[in-house]
Design a binder for this molecule. Structure first.
Ligand code: GRF
Length: 188
């Protein structure tokens, strides 16, 4: 069975979309662990509810990024995953970590990359008067938000959109394309 480890830091709505598609058989894989760098977040509760082993590894308990990433890599290795899915994991990973798992880590970013790498993507799309916005699933490489694109989901930007409304619309398309991207990787 294809094994997935999910890393997150918060709400975990993308995790939920993936859990639901695993349950319905649309993703032919098992989520073997969910790891969060923050305690008490909703994503951990979602994992718990789905009976998925869930682990808290707080970055604040480590001296530096390398020490945290080393410990994270050890935990991930113990699950022998085929794929590492970043689902709202709000940490920059060290080059060493990314290189160790390169080709096996994917991320979802709330913009149509290469537009708007980094933060505040919805605000930037609105400020620029874009008529389209969306999300990108991509492989993770050392440079931030720069790896090969797997799938993009496009949504319209509508008159009167606020950052919150637009963010919500992008989130909905994320829940469609992230499971699709994962199943595409499994099939390939
Ligand atoms: C999403 O907007 C995703 O694009 C970004 O982090 C957010 C995670 O949301 N990388 P959730 O925790 O899955 O609800």
């Amino acid at each position: 069975m294809f094994k997935i480890v999910v890393l997150l830091s918060g709400e975990g709505s993308n995790l939920q979309a993936i859990i639901d598609k695993v349950s319905s058989g649309n993703i032919e894989a098992e989520i073997v662990a969910v790891i969060s760098n923050r305690a008490d977040v909703n994503g951990l509760k979602r994992a718990e509810k789905a009976s998925i082993p869930n682990i808290v590894l707080e970055h604040t308990h480590f001296a530096d990024r390398e020490a945290f990433d080393q410990s994270l890599a050890q935990i991930i290795d113990s699950y022998e995953p085929d794929l590492i899915v970043l689902a709202g994991f709000m940490r920059i990973l060290s080059d060493g970590f990314v290189e160790k798992f390169q080709g096996k880590i994917i991320n979802i970013h709330p913009s149509l990359l290469p537009k708007y790498k980094g933060l505040h993507t919805h605000k930037r799309a609105l400020e620029n008067g874009d008529t389209e916005h969306g999300a990108t699933v991509h492989f993770v490489v050392p440079a931030l938000d720069s790896g090969e694109t797997i799938i993009q989901g496009v949504v319209p930007v509508k008159d009167g959109d606020t950052e919150e409304i637009l963010a919500q619309r992008v989130h909905e398309i994320e829940h469609v394309i992230y499971p699709q991207a994962i199943q595409q990787i499994i099939s390939d």
